[in-house]
Design a protein around this ligand. Structure first.
Ligand code: ATP
Length: 201
């Protein structure tokens, strides 16, 4: 980090829909890395979800804005829409580092994503470019995931985020939204409003 640079946490995801797990991990990442901001980077075309139906980018972006409304330091950064698809993380990280050369970036992921890292585009170059901050998810113990990934990507640098396990996922919530079932606070009201307005159009 240069003397004048600020620390920024990059948080890529599909956010279909965003939920309290995303919110808590971002807030804790902000606090624990003494960063000035966490940039939410919704992916316009998530490369690892190319075979799944994903909600429209504009809706996901509006839902993220609603999720982080009122939380200082959590910022919607729709940078990937300026990059050409397929929106690989390596390209996003390079774009951030090129545009803001004085700043220091870390990348926030869940431990399930960490476990998948060897399958990401240019994974070796990615691990050389940026350090990872990892929120543990149930089924993916941190040290096990770290050890396995380091076998394939020895240059991986990672730190664990101190966070209670919050076993909530977009894939659990999506069918509940579609079936009009309660999501019991796992999706903040502001996000639900955006989702409902969009589907009433
Ligand atoms: P899906 O269930 O559709 O895969 P998701 O809940 O994992 O969605 P994403 O937008 O794909 O949501 O997640 C973005 C990032 O946040 C990923 O790195 C994912 O591992 C992480 N993440 C999401 N929810 C949690 C959670 N509850 N605890 C820790 N990490 C999480």
């Amino acid at each position: 980090m240069t003397q004048h640079g600020k620390r920024v946490v990059l948080f890529g995801g599909t956010f279909d829909p965003p939920h309290v797990g995303h919110l808590l991990m971002a807030q804790l990442a902000l606090e624990q890395s003494a960063a000035s901001a966490v940039w939410f980077l919704p992916s316009p075309t998530p490369p690892h979800k190319s075979h799944e139906a994903v909600a429209e980018y504009l809706l996901r972006k509006e839902m993220v804005a609603a999720l982080i409304y009122g939380f200082d330091g959590l910022v919607l950064t729709p940078l990937e829409e300026q990059l050409s698809p397929p929106h690989y993380t390596i390209d996003t990280v390079r774009a951030c580092q090129d545009r803001y050369p004085d700043d220091h970036f870390v990348f926030l992921v869940g431990s399930d994503s960490l476990a998948q890292l060897p399958t990401w585009q240019d994974a070796e170059a990615l691990t050389r470019s940026i350090e990872f901050l990892v929120a543990v998810r149930s089924g993916y113990p941190y040290h096990q995931a770290l050890h396995q990934v380091q076998q394939r990507l020895p240059e991986l640098r990672a730190r664990v985020l101190e966070m209670p396990l919050l076993d909530v996922s977009s894939s659990f919530l999506r069918p509940r939204l579609l079936a009009n079932r309660p999501t019991c606070g796992l999706i903040p009201d502001g996000v639900l409003e955006v989702w409902r307005e969009w589907h009433e159009r």
